[in-house]
Ligand binder design. Sequence first.
Ligand code: GLP
Length: 257
Amino acid sequence: MQVVILDSAEEMGEYGADEILRDIDAERLDVLGVATGSSPLPVYAALARRASPAVAGLTAFALDEYVGVAHDHPQSYHWVIHRDVTVPLGLDPARVHVPDGAASDLAAACSAYERQIADAGGVDLQILGIGGTGHIGFNEPTSSFGSRTRIKTLTPQTRRDNARFFATPEDVPVHCVTQGLGTIMAAGRILLFASGLGKAAAVARAVEGPLSSMCPGSILQLHEHATVVLDREAASELTLTEYYRFVFDNRPDRHDE
Ligand code: GLP
């Protein structure tokens, strides 16, 4: 795993946009995995600034969605992805996919989502954030490392963390559908973004902690091409910070994972 520590959200965004554009130029990125949450927003903003026609041609798959929330609800991830990704990057809405949490048969919708990803040739580069519980997507602690897209129950902590987006804390859905850890791990490359002190403990457990489903993000230690992009605050509980900076300053090529 490569750990990149930068000074600002803007630098993190520029770094992410550079990596994505480099992979597109090298013809190894057609299918982009996109995440909701505030952490990847600077990446989308930086990509939007570049206004590259190559970006507009990408196919995208989102990680997760709330159950029982209409697609046009302002807090549905269908809506959030449309607002934060599809429109600013100029993507074709027909090529932007989000798991269907409003389906009458959720299990069938989850299987169909896995098939859609496979039919598109798999995700080439997956953008991730990380939750305070260590979740990636909505894979809460004790999620199976082999899991695929399925229904999950949110933890009380995640419901509290996300309450700011809803009128009342009770309005936060209890259930979600999310790509599994096995789905996420099948991506060719992973870029995880985290900023702020609130993420420091989860980041330290994911990057340096033991491999454990108690911190689902720790599975990234098994990925061949995973990069964790942090600001100083999010990196503040890591022990090998000096080494990560040394590696970054001396990287033999752009893929020193
Ligand atoms: C949500 C999403 C995750 C996201 C996480 C962190 O619960 N399901 O995909 O990574 O929260 O969000 P933020 O980046 O806003 O802290």
